[in-house]
Design a protein around this ligand. Structure first.
Ligand SMILES: [Zn+2]
Length: 295
């Protein structure tokens, strides 16, 4: 991973950049929401910015030795502590280690930036231990605590930290599954309008060894046809998730075909719930959609 400058179009990053530039950056920040990997990526960028030697208005520069080490996860002054995302997984002993570590001055940077992943899984004892250092942190120490939701923290800890909300909390797996389903669904929806039947068979090939993907994709195919129908009937919306596809489908498909396609998706989802044979399902997918569109 490389370290890039703060994205000033992103409200959270813009805020962080402004606070850094002001020279009054809080000792403890909590990054909540988004996916675990989004939180970690932002924490790494922020940690790099805090140790970067380019000056606080230009940090993180991405090219100084501090930024490069931060990008390689090898910066001695960016200690990383993590625990599983389950209750009380972040043990009090680990918090005590962090406290001792915090009193050791930085190696090579002016700052020492602790990234604590899944910090919300500290029990009360752990949180009270971290609170002691949040109350009187050494001047060179920064804490970046990551959590799906700040609601796991004691009010006393929250009162010592500045909370930044990345967005609604999401599971990494869910986000990945959704992305894969959207890609497959767009392939199917596009193939439905192809002149040659073979396009749909080709688009459906992604499901050949992946029954789970078919299950998550079918509702998305239906969403796409529903968006196309709204376009067709003049209820336009700016849903970027499917790009220009709904508009394109609205142009190519008739007013009769679109509701039929939506209904065809319902039938296919019903068959899937009844655990239909996977290969038969794939055949049904192609024939049902083709039949709906031929009207
Ligand atoms: Zn730098």
């Amino acid at each position: 991973m490389s370290i890039t400058a703060f994205d000033l179009n992103n409200p959270v990053e813009k805020n962080l950049a402004a606070m850094l530039a002001s020279g009054r950056f809080p000792h403890a920040v909590i990054l909540e929401g988004g996916t675990a990997s989004e939180r970690l990526a932002l924490a790494k960028k922020l940690a790099a910015a805090l140790v970067c030697s380019a000056g606080r208005a230009n940090a993180p520069c991405g090219i100084c030795s501090h930024c490069k080490k931060a990008a390689a996860d090898s910066h001695a002054d960016i200690p990383f502590y993590t625990a599983e995302d389950k209750p009380r997984a972040f043990k009090v002993d680990l918090v005590r280690d962090i406290r001792s570590d915090a009193y050791i001055i930085p190696n090579e940077a002016d700052k020492k930036v602790f990234i604590l992943e899944n910090a919300h899984t500290m029990g009360n004892e752990g949180q009270n231990a971290i609170l002691k250092i949040l109350e009187e942190p050494p001047s060179y120490v920064n804490f970046i605590m990551l959590c799906s939701s700040k609601s796991g923290f004691l009010p006393t800890v929250l009162s010592r930290a500045t909370v930044f909300t990345i967005g609604e909390a999401k599971n990494d797996d869910d986000a990945e599954n959704r992305a894969a389903a959207v890609e497959a669904a767009m392939g199917i929806a596009r193939a439905v309008t192809a002149i040659d039947d073979i396009e749909l068979v080709r688009a459906a090939a992604v499901f050949e060894k992946d029954a789970k993907l078919l299950k998550t994709t079918l509702p998305v195919v239906q969403e796409i046809f529903a968006a196309a129908m709204r376009e067709k009937f003049g209820v336009s919306e700016n849903s970027s998730e499917f790009g220009a596809l709904p508009e394109e489908l609205a142009r190519k498909l008739s007013r009769r075909a679109l509701p039929d396609l939506i209904e065809a998706c319902d039938k296919l989802m019903a068959s899937l719930r009844m655990n239909a044979n996977h290969n038969l399902m794939l055949t049904a997918l192609c024939t049902t959609l083709r039949k709906a569109v031929s009207k």
